[in-house]
Design a protein around this ligand. Structure first.
Ligand code: AGP
Length: 609
């Protein structure tokens, strides 16, 4: 993913910015650049490829100035050429960006119609021109940035230089992490703790909607309502490693919060951001002739498969089976000769899933594995492999890997659908647009963290609970129950809401907590009937729905605890409704004092049968 560094100081900044970019290399990149303000001019040096090329250029044309921004770019919009490297500039503005601007094409076309000439293919240059256009109307630097945030939609962290504010560095957060690091007479901005840890002993993470005005000896942070706010200043953990927890208490919480950024990066490997269509590398199979699809996995990866089944069946018009690997491998199920079997695994080393892969290859199945670990056994033994690019997932409980699996599965389902004619190009673009909205929607859901933390506090003494859902919300419920079980050791069961009346309803008793997930979709009314069944037996319902869903239940909302999430669709709903369950599990486990990152009896990869 991209990396941002910025610095305002009393001394020259370019060499320190270059060192800061070196601390961002681990994030992966294909180009880099630095811009400074000096002698009333914006200066810039960029390079394709390794940072050493930028370093060489800087030796020949050092960048003067005591304020600057730097960037390592992981190409999303536009090829990894120098012209697309950040910072992007106009005569008045320089911008570095991490994230995805969803409405990039529309904004770019509007600017072109207004006479703007572009020198790159990036969404970031669009932002540069929009800020400039507001400055040209006479708005202040701050107001121009704030107005630009109202125009763009997506996930972003920006570092901004404004020529007419040569002593102020601007930092903007909207879904991608960005922090301020303070040192002696200089202030930094950076994408993560690691990039700032060499220069500052404390760190202040911005919140979504924040704009910071940063000078060398002070900074001010304004929230989304333009109110001056204080953000918590935290000490940087001494021993910083590449997979550091940074400001988080556990890797699991860090990985939950990484999801907007990591999913954006994961999707950028399979989506042509410029044209809003898929860009999946050629697979060795003629997907137009596939007649059967089987998804095989364990644990959370199995639940990802259950969620994806709706996408595969709807988008490809092919019947799909989803199998638990440890059952499937011994059942010796007959497999269609022209079938595709997809193996889902974060580690790529799960013994049962590997055994199922071997069985399927013996039966002549076409095989694709969806893995996080690129050189894993599953990757090597499948006909093809699609990486999920979630980065190292240290917490045993799967969070960002699970949601990245969903993203890649959705892309593959759309790909098969367009290959066999079940999906039109228009439908492909609509579903891709919805996928690209997921990072922002997850970021919005993470903003409810404090509310969910309070809920977890109220539930910290529970000994058993149920998670209910219909359609895709059923596997979402199962995954939510698994998260709670595996890190807090509380018994939890995920169940199809429609199945309660066939026995499990006997479990209901006063105050038993029941989590119910349902967007206001075609199954909502039926789910509300199940909700009534639960309330009628004095159990306590925690409902996750959207505004329309809450409005539709009228006075019933006074009898339940409800959380309103963003409006969603068949693509975005599973992502959004997974997030509260991750947070509930984490905060209940935290209150119970369990080992959240390394829960008892569990391994990150079950390489034994
Ligand atoms: C999920 O939180 C668990 N850690 C576990 O269920 C895991 O999903 C399962 O063991 C499968 O692992 P894999 O994705 O590496 O194959």
């Amino acid at each position: 993913m991209c990396g941002i560094i910025g610095l305002v100081s009393k001394k020259e900044v370019s060499s320190t910015l270059l060192e800061g970019l070196k601390r961002l290399e681990y994030r992966g990149y294909d180009s880099s650049g630095i811009a400074t303000i000096s002698n009333e001019k914006i200066e810039r040096v960029r390079s394709k490829g390794n940072l050493s090329f930028l370093e060489e250029k800087l030796l020949n044309s050092s960048l003067p100035g005591n304020i600057g921004i730097g960037h390592t770019r992981w190409a999303t919009h536009g090829s990894p050429e120098e012209k697309n490297a950040h910072p992007h500039i106009t005569d008045k503005v320089a911008v570095v960006h991490n994230g995805i601007i969803e409405n990039n094409n529309q904004l770019r076309n509007q600017l072109i119609e207004a006479g703007v000439e572009f020198s790159s293919d990036t969404d970031t240059e669009v932002v540069c021109h929009i800020i400039t256009s507001y400055l040209n109307t006479g708005l202040s630097a701050y107001d121009s940035i704030r107005a630009t945030m109202s125009d763009v939609r997506g996930t972003y962290a920006f570092g901004v230089l404004i020529l007419n504010e040569p002593n102020k560095l601007f930092a903007v957060r909207g879904g991608s992490p960005l922090a301020i690091g303070s040192a002696n007479n200089e202030n930094f901005i950076g994408s993560d703790t690691y990039s700032l840890s060499a220069y500052s002993d404390n760190i202040t993470y911005l919140k979504d909607g924040d704009v910071a005005e940063i000078e060398n000896d002070s900074y001010r942070i304004f929230d989304h309502s333009n109110s001056l706010v204080e953000r918590e200043k935290q000490s940087i953990i001494e021993s910083i490693t590449l997979s550091e927890k940074g400001i988080f208490k556990h890797f699991m919480l860090k990985e939950i919060h990484e999801q907007p950024e990591v999913i954006a990066k994961s999707l950028s490997n399979y989506i042509d951001m410029d044209n809003g269509v898929l860009n999946i590398p050629n697979l060795p199979h003629d997907l137009s002739t596939i007649t059967n699809v089987t998804l095989v996995a364990c644990g959370s990866s199995y639940y990802a498969g259950l969620i994806a089944r709706d996408w595969f069946e709807k988008f490809t018009n092919i019947k799909v089976d989803v199998e638990i690997a440890s059952e499937f491998r011994y059942r010796e199920a007959p497999m269609a000769s022209n079938g595709l079997t997809i193996f889902i695994s974060q580690s790529g080393e799960t013994a049962d899933t590997l055994a199922a892969l071997k069985h399927c290859k013996y039966l002549g199945q076409k095989t694709i594995s969806i893995v996080n670990v690129g050189d894993s056994s599953m990757c090597r033994n499948s006909d093809a492999s699609l990486k999920i690019y979630a980065g190292p997932e240290i917490g045993v409980a799967s969070t960002k890997a699970f949601t990245c699996q969903l993203g890649v599965l959705a892309c593959l389902a759309i790909k098969i659908g367009t290959s066999n004619g079940s999906l039109s190009e228009y439908q492909e673009k609509e579903y891709v647009k919805s996928l690209l909205s997921v990072p922002r929607l997850i970021s919005n859901t993470l903003d409810k963290e404090d509310e969910i933390k309070n809920l977890a506090h109220d539930l910290s003494n529970i000994t058993t609970t149920l998670y209910l859902g219909r359609g895709q919300m059923y596997p979402v419920a199962m995954e939510g129950a698994l998260k709670l079980k595996e890190i807090s050791y509380v018994h939890a069961e995920g169940y199809p809401a429609g199945e309660m009346k066939h026995g499990p309803i006997a479990l209901l008793e006063k105050d038993l907590p029941v989590f119910i997930m349902s967007p206001s979709n075609n199954l909502y009314e039926k789910t509300v009937s199940n909700l009534n069944e639960v309330i009628a037996r004095d159990a306590s319902v925690i409902l996750f729905t959207d505004k329309e869903g809450l409005d539709n239940i009228g006075l019933l909302k006074n009898k339940i605890k409800a959380f309103v999430l963003d409006k969603s669709d068949i693509i975005s709903a599973p992502f959004i409704y997974t997030i509260p369950n991750q947070l509930i599990a984490y905060y209940i486990a935290l209150l119970k004092g369990t080992d959240v990152d390394q829960p008892r009896n569990l391994a990150k990869s079950v390489t034994v049968e």
